[in-house]
Design a protein around this ligand. Structure first.
Ligand SMILES: C[S@@+](CC[C@H](N)C(=O)[O-])C[C@H]1O[C@@H](n2cnc3c(N)ncnc32)[C@H](O)[C@@H]1O
Length: 240
């Protein structure tokens, strides 16, 4: 089984010998890959909905992994129990707010979990702030790219997040520190999208957009400063 760059980047963060819960597994490609490549000993692969669970069952059966992948129907972390001894939880391909809701609702299931691997499709900043305010440190962050689309992957662990600057925290503090090769293109993409928002706000010419316009202009300025720092090889730590 060959994974897409997004799923591969997540698989690369999963420790050898782990016991994983993949919440919202859909096609179950990640669990199958983890078992076939002997990265995980067991996987609980869960789904909220019947149709994707059925699809997951077909994939798992096709790769002869039914012994090691336990498929469950249910909402979020409610499907896992202490008996499962899950050490790694993956929640990927949902909005950042949905991921935060799953973590909040299932907080009591995370006591023995060593790491969370989270891949929001949107509201990435919301999720980072949620994690930092709820006792999780952003241990590692990676970027993946499929065509023109970038994906942000967060490895979070129980602990105190050290980044205090809200702008850096929402953008990805470990990305800014480690400067992965995709970072300049990722920042350029963010700036390009934010410029579209800025110009459409400018065209709206309503009084009530002026505050929003100022916020967007400030964010654009900060992003451009970060990009300049990254491409010049310096850290834009001084931004506030
Ligand atoms: C877009 S798919 C992502 C599949 C896979 N995780 C990936 O990243 O490629 C999102 C899946 O999450 C499931 N889902 C959404 N909310 C859920 C929840 N609260 N609990 C379990 N599954 C959920 C949906 O049914 C859907 O199949």
């Amino acid at each position: 089984m060959k994974l897409t760059p997004r799923l591969q980047a997540m698989a690369d963060l999963i420790p050898l010998g782990s016991i994983v819960a993949d919440i919202g597994t859909d096609h179950a490609c990640l669990p199958v890959y983890l078992i076939l490549n002997k990265i995980s000993r067991r996987v609980v692969a869960s789904e909220l909905n019947h149709a994707p669970l059925q699809q997951a069952k077909e994939t798992v059966a096709a790769f002869d992994c039914l012994q090691k992948i336990d498929l469950r129907l249910g909402n979020g972390l409610h499907v896992i129990t202490a008996v499962d001894k899950i050490d790694t939880v993956v929640i990927a391909g949902m909005g950042g707010q949905s991921i935060a809701t799953i973590l909040r609702d299932g907080r009591h299931k995370l006591k023995d979990v060593r790491q969370l691997i989270l891949q929001p499709m949107s509201e990435e900043s919301y999720l980072r702030l949620f994690l930092a305010q709820n006792g999780f440190a952003l241990a590692e962050e990676v970027l993946a790219r499929e065509g023109r689309r970038f994906y942000e992957i967060i490895l979070a662990k129980a602990g105190q997040e050290q980044e205090k600057d809200l702008f850096r925290l929402s953008l990805g503090p470990r990305l800014l520190e480690q400067k992965p090769p995709l970072l300049p293109a990722f920042l350029e993409d963010k700036i390009r999208k934010l410029k579209v928002v800025y110009h459409s706000l400018q065209r709206a010419e309503k009084d009530d957009v002026s505050r929003k316009l100022q916020d967007v202009a400030r964010e654009l300025y900060c992003l451009e400063e970060v990009l300049t720092g990254v491409t010049a090889g310096t850290d834009a730590d001084s931004l506030s």
